[in-house]
Design a protein around this ligand. Structure first.
Ligand SMILES: [Fe+2]
Length: 256
């Protein structure tokens, strides 16, 4: 990024002051506001006009929506380190947890999808042009179905932090994007999982768009030594609650 490419952007100090001003002033619902000023593009990322009622039968719409079943998802889909002819660079990790509903009941057969940057903080996507190396052995997408206890498990590499142009010197903390489809297409939850102890947490307006500190903490995985595999991978545990007071909150994808 050339200096001229960042002229006119707010400084981190400005954004941090806005984050501090917004702290504790969020809506009664712990969900992030649609417009969260420190996260500049959030204002562009939701409808500004009322929804158009088409009168379409929701059940008929489901018949034409995406369909997923056990035959579509293979075990290999959950291992992001085995999708090419060689192994990706980076710190191999296991990410696992349970998906539960508001009453603590496991949600079985749930489609869980993830996408992430590589260990250098670069997405395998044409819109990601920041000067970090692509990894020919890493695409960064995976999926699995939860088991009978609501459990999911991925093998991947720890993603790197990456810059974005929300403000000058803006860097996203390392994160993995998660999608849970729910029982129907309209119930989809999209959120992000973070890694414990990331020094970039205080600077990130996307994480802080969740203004409730307890709700923010629920977006951070825990290092789980019991989940680490000797001489193979480090384990991170992240449980997801689909609704209710302890819900894992959605976070919008950033615009790069
Ligand atoms: Fe991201």
């Amino acid at each position: 990024m050339t200096p001229s490419g960042v002229q006119g952007l707010p400084t981190q100090e400005q954004i941090s002051a806005e984050i501090a001003a917004a702290s504790g002033t969020g809506p009664q619902s712990p969900h992030p506001a649609r417009d969260f000023a420190p996260y500049r593009s959030s204002a562009l990322r939701h409808p500004h006009q009322p929804l158009i009622r088409t009168g379409a039968d929701p059940e008929a719409a489901e018949l034409h929506g995406p369909v997923f079943g056990r035959t579509d998802v293979t075990e290999l889909d959950a291992d992001l380190t085995r999708q090419h002819t060689g192994e990706p660079l980076g710190e191999r990790i296991t990410v696992s947890g349970r998906v539960r509903d508001r009453r603590g009941r496991p949600v079985a057969g749930q489609l869980v999808e993830i996408w992430q940057a590589n260990a250098s903080g670069r997405y395998a996507h044409q819109r990601d042009q920041h000067p970090a190396p692509l990894d020919p052995h890493f695409t960064g997408v995976g999926r699995c179905l939860t088991d009978g206890q609501g459990g999911y498990r991925f093998t991947t590499v720890k993603p790197g932090a990456y810059p974005w142009r929300n403000h000058l010197n803006a860097w996203r903390p390392a994160h993995i994007h998660f999608s849970l489809f729910g029982a129907a297409f309209t119930q989809r939850l999209i959120t992000q999982m973070y890694f414990p102890g990331d020094p970039l947490f205080p600077y990130d307006p996307i994480l802080h768009s969740v203004t409730d500190p307890a709700a923010r903490d629920r977006l951070v995985a825990a290092y789980d030594h019991g989940l680490s595999t000797p001489e193979w991978s480090l384990g991170y545990r992240w449980d997801i609650v689909l609704d209710g007071p302890a819900a894992t909150l959605p976070e919008p994808e950033e615009v790069r």
